[in-house]
Design a binder for this molecule. Structure first.
Ligand SMILES: Cc1ncc(COP(=O)(O)O)c(C=O)c1O
Length: 392
């Protein structure tokens, strides 16, 4: 019997328990309307917050970079893969973020597995929000340090855990800036206060805050006015920046250290020239104008207000992430399927991505949607929501 035959049974289990993830194929760019199965559908599910993924200036920058630099960086950055494009991108990001320095990685996920194990030792201790992203969790596990999970955004529990673990010389608090399933923001001001009181280093993964929160999309730390009280900012270039990649921003020593000891920096090929050039263009566009960020917020406020008025439970999001809370996974999957038939692409999320009984359809509007697009989505949610008895 072939050795991996057990996977057949594991896959069967996934199908039978309704946990099998059907992955849709887009037959074109990730625009406000996407083609799937030959038909255009309203895209309410992607993280292309500012509509930059297929923005003409981004596309041009990427094409120009291919003409000049080719399609591949050719090596890991520490050997021969660092191009002047990577350095320009890092300098632009550091300036945008108002930090001394920055290093880019191949993705946001990789950034977390790059920075966290590079600085945290086995003999240190980590305090981690229970709803942190998988890449933060994996990064923490790679350190082999003890991980103390605190209840989501529960500062009392965090303080108690820190008090109980005073024996550790180096202590780290690690949290998402924006929690991706609910759209709520970490209580970072209290985290920074506790970090000052108990001498902890703070690492924030701001994947959903970059390009969304703060002045012109400078992220959650800027939004809350915390500046250097947050020691390490991790971001992604794959969501609002419309491209692919991730980064770590902080002081010069931190970035220099990561370039010496960050394993994905040392052992994995650099961002491709077209990706680096696209990301650089995104930073330039954000530096030049706040318009896209404010359109994103206008659109999300409009969508949220309409859904709320219709009687949908839209959770407690502080950001454009809009969870339509539906309770049972069968309702969320059923509605998502029906929406798809009505040409709306909006994914259902159930257990184990979110807790049991808290299934939802997570709507992501973007700056690229027109009011007509949003009205189309709202209209379809209304009729299907009524059909499923979710609203009156
Ligand atoms: C909170 C958070 N961190 C990190 C990532 C990973 O980012 P990337 O897609 O750039 O790897 C994600 C992506 O879903 C995320 O939501």
């Amino acid at each position: 019997m072939p050795k991996l035959d057990f996977l057949k049974n594991d896959l069967k289990d996934l199908h039978e328990s309704g946990l099998y993830n059907v992955i849709r194929t887009l037959e074109g760019a990730n625009d406000p309307w996407v083609k799937i199965n030959g038909e255009k559908r309203l895209n309410l599910t992607c993280n292309n917050y500012l509509g930059l993924a297929n923005h003409p200036e981004m596309v041009k920058a990427a094409k120009d970079a291919i003409d000049r630099y080719g399609v591949g960086a050719g090596a890991v950055r520490s050997i021969a893969g660092t191009m002047d494009l990577h350095i320009r991108l890092e300098e632009a990001l550091a300036k945008f973020k108002g930090r001394e320095a920055c290093v880019v990685f191949q993705s946001g996920f990789v950034s977390n597995s790059g920075v966290i194990p590079a600085i945290i030792r086995k003999s240190d201790v980590i305090f981690s929000d229970e709803l942190n992203h998988a890449s933060v969790i994996d990064g923490c596990r790679l350190t082999k340090a003890p991980i103390m999970r605190y209840k989501h955004n529960n500062m009392e529990e965090l303080e108690n855990l820190i008090k109980e673990n005073q024996q550790y010389e180096r202590k780290y608090i690690v949290t998402d800036g924006v929690f991706s399933m609910d759209g709520d923001i970490a209580d970072l001001k209290s985290v920074a206060d506790l970090a000052d009181k108990y001498d902890c280093v703070v690492i924030v993964d701001d994947a959903h805050g970059e390009g969304v929160l703060g002045k012109g999309g400078r992220g959650v730390v800027n939004h809350l006015g915390l500046g250097e009280r947050i020691d390490v900012e991790v971001g992604t270039l794959s969501k609002a920046f419309g491209c692919a990649g991730g980064f770590v921003a902080g002081n010069k020593d931190l970035i220099e250290w990561i370039k010496q000891r960050g394993r994905p920096f040392l052992f994995s090929n650099a961002l491709s020239p077209s990706e680096a050039a696209g990301c650089l263009k995104a930073v330039e566009l954000l530096e030049k104008s706040e318009e896209l960020v404010s359109t994103l917020w206008d659109n999300s406020k409009y969508f949220k207000a309409s859904m709320n008025e219709l009687g949908f439970d839209i959770g407690h999001s502080d950001t454009p992430i809009t969870p339509i809370m539906l309770g049972e996974a069968s309702t969320a999957h059923g509605m998502s399927k029906k929406l798809f038939e009505e040409k709306v692409f909006a994914m259902a999320l159930g257990y184990p991505t979110v807790p049991k009984g808290k299934a939802r359809i997570r709507v992501m509007v973007s700056a690229g949607h027109s009011k007509d697009d949003l009205n189309y989505g709202i209209e379809k949610f209304t009729s299907i929501g009524r059909e499923f008895g979710v609203i009156k």
